[in-house]
Design a protein around this ligand. Structure first.
Ligand code: PMP
Length: 394
């Protein structure tokens, strides 16, 4: 037998040598909700809890209520006996909010993307192998879905619709089904896609648009229902998560009734996974009630991110194409990003260094994420520290 342990150790040693070994750190919460990592209190500029809902009393109370009423677990997949009444209620609220015909809840965003795409690309159903156009910066879960489907991704330059159109035009005479897979807000850059432009382009080329709104849901668009509100329909599926601005866990797609039914029948991540636990459904239900009422918080959140971008620009620091609550500070070499992240942490500020392979080589950065939990003083404190420390040599 192979010495598997030895192989894995060698792989880990390689990562160590390249300075890329990842380690889990223990996170805790102080009594006031402040984040603690390895016992140190930190002002958190790295979580995706953009609206601060993860600690909202209404979510916590409804999660508790649902657990008390429906149990700690759902016992089986939704197709067996796990399809508790709260699923229907959450999906109806979602479909209404997204202005879609239907919605379907999934266990997580990663699990949804990695199992829905193979179901959509099924050659036996489509009658031909599809052509799949993907933004170069798509999230790992979208890439995983393409890998699981065994399709070759045709990658277009990030958010470059002219490039996408040129690639589509090159093969316009091929009768193969076409899909465009992209995101409305990109997690490591905080920039936005031109979703209306994508929809028009998809329609012109008869392509199906698969749009991931993980980082827009709850934060952007009318009522917080994302940039693609009203776009899900016969040529477009919109996905989002409950795990970021909605403060809980799980994911959803907004789509047509037919596609919803197709996924219930053909998507293994739907068929073979145990249904989400009732407490999670309670938090989802509460978040969907709250999100449309949080317009003032969304305005304040956008203002804090903009204040930070303006201050970075004044200090000669690059925030890329960010126009949302996610603001990277581009630092280039990995050591610079790591050094600054460490120095900030010593001052009690958490902004995580993002390095290859998560982002392309030479584009290491610290990804700062703002949240409605933050106050103006928190933002000023971050600005002062980043400006003071970013110029150091690491
Ligand atoms: N899509 C995108 C664009 C994401 O950034 C993420 C999470 N980082 C996911 C999907 C996965 O969602 P979840 O965390 O709910 O599994």
């Amino acid at each position: 037998m192979h010495d598997f342990e030895d192989k894995w150790r060698q792989c880990l040693d390689g990562l160590d040598q390249a300075g890329r070994r990842r380690r889990l750190r223990t996170a805790g919460r102080a009594a006031d909700g402040t984040l603690e990592i390895d016992g140190r209190p930190l002002l958190d500029f790295s979580s995706n809890d953009y609206m601060g809902l993860s600690r909202h009393p209404v979510l916590i109370e409804r999660a508790r209520e649902y657990a008390a009423r429906w149990g700690a677990g759902s016992g089986a997949s939704r197709l067996v006996c796990g399809n508790l009444l709260p699923f229907a209620e959450v999906e109806e609220k979602l479909a209404r909010g997204k202005k879609a015909e239907a919605a379907l809840v999934f266990v997580s965003g990663f699990q949804a993307n990695s199992s829905i795409l193979p179901a959509l690309f099924d050659v036996k159903v489509l009658g031909a192998e599809p052509l799949v156009y993907c933004d170069k910066l798509n999230h790992a879960s979208l890439i995983q879905g393409c890998l699981a489907a065994g399709v070759r991704q045709i990658r277009f330059r990030h958010n470059d619709l002219d490039h996408l159109e040129a690639l589509l035009a090159q093969r316009k005479d091929e009768a193969r089904p076409k899909f465009i897979v992209t995101e409305s807000v990109f997690s490591m850059d905080g920039d936005r896609a031109d979703v209306a432009g994508l929809k028009a382009l998809a329609e012109r080329h008869g392509a199906f648009l698969y749009l991931d709104e993980a980082h827009a849901t709850g934060v952007l668009g009318d009522g917080g229902f994302g940039l693609a509100k009203g776009m899900a329909g016969p040529g477009c599926l919109v996905l989002g998560t409950f795990s970021k601005a909605l403060g809980g866990f799980g994911a959803y797609v907004a789509c047509t009734k037919t596609l919803r039914d197709y996924l219930i029948n053909r998507c293994p991540g739907m068929i073979y996974a145990t249904a989400l636990p009732p407490a999670v459904l309670g938090a989802m239900d509460a978040a969907l009630d709250l999100v449309p009422t949080l317009e003032a918080e969304r305005v304040r959140l956008a203002g804090m991110a903009e204040r930070f971008r303006v201050a970075m620009a004044a200090a000669g620091l690059d925030t890329g194409a960010s126009s949302t609550q996610i603001v990277p500070v581009m630092l280039g070499p990995e050591e610079r990003a790591l050094g600054l992240a460490r120095a900030l942490e010593e001052e009690g500020l958490l902004g995580v260094a993002i390095r290859p392979p998560t982002v392309p080589p030479g584009s290491s950065r610290i990804r700062f994420a703002f949240s409605a939990r933050h106050g103006e003083r928190d933002v000023e404190r971050l600005i002062e520290a980043v400006v003071r420390l970013a110029g150091r040599r690491w």
